[in-house]
Design a binder for this molecule. Structure first.
Ligand code: GH3
Ligand code: MG
Ligand code: MG
Ligand code: MG
Length: 313
């Protein structure tokens, strides 16, 4: 996206961010019962590079919102038989949807509607007829602000991957999705081996480079639907939707193999190698998130106790 280019980050961060943003995509949902306007808007937005889905009524919009994540929604207020207000309330009641940027498109100039929409949580209100260029500029601006917000709230500044706060939120979203579309889903807990000695030998700055290097290595091996987060100091977690625990173990072993063949960072021309220990567990229906994390953490602990540098189920 255009605004991703505007982000000023140092080269390494930049590289990490590009990987992350490339997988983020930008999917918008246009909800409007006016077929002509909807098709026009969808076509223009697609020409501007967005992925766009459309819905003509409230029930089909709700279905789409349950199935995938949207970076922004435009909502027509005047629809039949259910008005846009009903979807509005649905959006705002769902903790996983309520932060989705929302632009109301309305044929009504009425100040009462405008005020009500903003108090209900709309981010913008555009009256019909509108100029596409203006709507696009508003979408651009709102997405940019959302990205900045997400960057500050949900990313780890050192490595660029998601932070614990985002992980805690998103893991619930992933499980909700799994309940609707049953498929295996696995969680991996990773802890760098003898990391303290890296800091003690080379200093904290090199320790930081190692953390960035590992985040980069992990991210490069993941699919766009996988979720990587820095859980704590030198601990990372990965949620792998669609992967059984055997799949996840195989994949982590392949990554671990890479730490044996290539350095994770450089210190004055000297190559620095690390290994890690990882624990994997697959979610079972009915299992609380806390237990799922605990199982992976225990498996990781077992890897530590039985020699490190391995992946344990
Ligand atoms: P083990 O194989 O048992 O995991 O040993 P370890 O040395 O990796 O484990 P320990 O938990 O004792 O040490 C973790 C170290 O990670 C301690 C802490 O100073 C360091 N650390 C945590 N966060 C950061 C960070 O952001 N940057 C750097 N450079 N070091 C960090
Ligand atoms: Mg309408
Ligand atoms: Mg640790
Ligand atoms: Mg450690």
């Amino acid at each position: 996206a255009v605004y991703a280019r505007e982000m000023e980050l140092d080269e390494h961060q930049n590289q990490l961010q590009r990987t992350l943003f490339a997988s983020a995509g930008e999917r918008l949902l246009v909800i409007d019962d006016d077929e002509v306007l909807r098709s026009y808007l969808v076509r223009r937005l697609k020409l501007d590079g967005y992925e766009v889905d459309e819905a003509a009524d409230v029930p089909s919009a709700e279905k789409l919102l349950r199935e995938r994540t949207y970076q922004l929604v435009t909502l027509d207020l005047m629809m039949h038989p259910e008005s846009g207000y009903e979807l509005f309330e649905y959006l705002k009641e769902d903790p996983t949807l309520k932060w989705t940027p929302l632009i109301v498109l309305s044929g009504r100039e009425d100040v009462g509607d405008k005020v009500r929409c903003f108090y209900l949580g709309a981010d913008d209100y555009v009256t019909k007829p509108f100029q596409y260029e203006e709507l696009h500029a508003r979408i651009y601006s709102l997405l940019k602000r959302t990205r900045t917000f997400e960057q500050l709230a949900f990313r780890d500044p050192l490595t660029g991957v998601y932070n614990r706060r985002f992980f805690d939120h998103q893991v619930q979203v992933e499980l909700q999705r799994m309940r609707r579309f049953p498929a295996p889903i696995s969680l991996v807990f990773i802890d760098i081996d003898r990391f303290k000695s890296i800091n003690d030998t080379y200093g904290h700055h090199i320790g930081d480079l190692v953390l960035q290097g590992l985040a980069h290595l992990l991210q490069n091996h993941l699919r766009s639907t996988d979720l990587l987060a820095r859980f704590g100091g030198e601990e990372f977690v990965i949620v792998l939707p669609g992967s059984s625990e055997a799949d996840a173990k195989r994949m982590l072993e392949a990554i671990l193999q890479q730490t044996h063949t290539g350095p994770i960072a450089q210190n004055e021309g000297q190559s620095i190698y690390i290994t890690f220990s990882a624990g994997v567990s697959e979610w079972r229906p009915g299992m609380p998130v806390e237990e799922w994390i605990r199982r992976s953490d225990h498996a990781m602990y077992e890897a530590k106790q039985t020699g490190r540098n391995k992946v344990v189920l």
